[in-house]
Design a binder for this molecule. Structure first.
Ligand code: HEC
Ligand code: HEC
Length: 391
């Protein structure tokens, strides 16, 4: 409450300052050298050499993405947790897959239930085509790192993982080691899929797990939002960011955020120990990458849709995330299982001041942008519920 008042009063002072001077020269634009650690997203998407995108593949991938035929009980689709209405993410702290009902923040388990929560917060699929992009805009789509612990490379390989995961899509219907084979034989029984796979890949035996991954990946590569106001600014439109957003950008650079959030995706695609509080909804402690409590630096694009924040959804708002960083700068650590000395020095040495928070949050808002084409198919070849049990 006290803090809000300070922000409010400070906001008024700032507001009047801006308006009394009417001197646009006062806007501090970041120096080209400072800002060169960030960048606009490319205008085009790179595809792997063995999976060029075609309209047939993309359309097949779109149908598969929305079709719950890929899940054990035929009630969970990729779109269940990555729905276009929620920016291809969702608004739960931890995902609910098998035995769930509803969409977004109102998704819940059906009763009785013996399925645990998925252990992590769902990322958005938007711009995953650019995962792994370097500061200079280079990207190798076969090596694109995926997940909060970098455990899989490429969209092609990633797409097969949820089908095998017990709490996400598989449930009690199959064993992990034959889940993909079972799903492939289901697809082979559906005439529309036989036609669509043949059209997309050619040959007699086109329904394979490789081609399943390739079709979904081709669709995901169309889900790009590369024209945020920040991208426009970086491409030369200096009017694209407001005065407050520019101030937020300056503080983002000055406070040290770009030590990890850099490049066009605002991520180094490395893991860091941050000491996010434990998630009590899990029956165990999620120790992340190599059991070290390190998690991958997430992209800061489309944060509008990825709340609640962090790998376990423990922080409810961007203000909470910034307060978490302010506490770390002040020597306060939030995870009961870690010592302060274990926290990555890149983050414990940050210099986040309370008065920077509102500006940085405003700047992060300029990083939102959605794909133009994100339509939901009217029906899927299995004739099951489009998007799974979400209605
Ligand atoms: C039950 C919810 C759920 C379902 C169903 C689901 N996902 Fe996810 N997805 C998640 C969660 C949670 C994560 C983060 C997991 C992690 O990092 O350990 C994730 C991560 C991803 C990522 C990685 C994003 C990144 O930046 O690393 C991609 C890509 C993805 N999912 C695609 C898919 C596809 C394709 C399907 C269908 C085959 C699918 N998901 C089904 C919840 C779900
Ligand atoms: C040491 C590297 C590092 C630095 C420095 C850093 N971050 Fe992060 N950031 C991360 C990692 C890693 C996560 C995920 C942590 C987790 O979930 O355990 C994260 C998460 C976030 C998230 C949540 C995103 C989401 O989708 O859940 C936001 C927002 C964020 N950081 C903003 C910032 C800002 C603003 C600064 C500067 C004040 C900053 N970060 C400094 C590495 C860093």
């Amino acid at each position: 409450m006290g803090k809000n008042l300070v922000v409010f009063v400070f906001g008024i002072i700032l507001f009047s300052a801006c308006h009394s001077s009417s001197d646009s020269k006062k806007i501090v634009r970041p120096a080209p050298d400072d800002i060169s650690v960030l960048g606009a997203l490319p205008l085009t998407v790179s595809t792997p050499i063995n999976n060029p995108s075609t309209p047939e593949k993309i359309e097949l991938g779109r149908l598969l993405f929305f079709d719950p035929i890929l899940s054990g009980n035929k009630d969970v689709a990729c779109a269940t947790c990555h729905h276009p209405d929620y920016g291809f993410a969702e608004s739960l702290d931890l995902s609910i897959g098998v035995n769930g009902t509803g969409l977004g923040g109102s998704r819940n388990f059906k009763q009785p239930n013996d399925i645990p929560f998925v252990k992590r917060n769902s990322q958005s699929i938007i711009n995953t085509a650019f995962n792994g992009i370097t500061n200079s805009g280079m990207i190798d789509p076969l090596q694109s790192p995926m997940f909060w612990d970098l455990r899989v490379k490429s969209l092609e390989s990633q797409s097969l993982e949820p089908i095998k995961a017990f709490e996400e899509m598989r449930g009690h219907a199959f064993m992990e080691n034959n889940a993909l084979a079972k799903v492939i034989s289901r697809l082979k029984e559906i005439e529309d899929y036989r036609k669509l796979f043949k059209k997309a890949f050619g040959g007699q035996d086109a329904i394979t797990k490789d081609n399943l991954g390739k079709a979904i990946a081709a669709y995901e590569r169309t889900l790009v939002g590369n024209n945020s106001r920040f991208d426009q600014y970086m491409r030369g439109n200096t009017a694209a960011l407001t005065r407050n957003e520019l101030e937020g950008l300056r503080l983002f650079l000055k406070d040290g955020c770009t030590k990890c959030h850099h490049g066009p995706m605002f991520s180094d695609y490395k893991t860091h120990v941050m000491g996010v509080p434990e998630q009590e909804k899990l029956r165990y402690s999620d120790s992340g990458y190599a059991k070290s409590y390190a998690f991958r630096t997430p992209s800061l694009r489309n944060l509008l849709h990825t709340y609640p924040y962090m790998h376990n959804g423990k922080l409810k708002s961007l203000e909470n995330v910034l307060e978490f960083y302010e506490d770390l700068s002040g020597g306060k650590q939030a995870n009961s299982r870690l010592q302060f000395s274990q926290i990555d020095p890149l983050v414990s040495n940050l210099n986040v001041d309370f008065k920077d928070i509102a500006f940085i949050v405003e700047f992060l808002g300029a990083l939102n942008d959605e794909p133009l084409e994100k339509s939901i198919p009217a029906r899927v070849p299995s004739h099951l519920l489009v998007g799974g049990n979400i209605h």
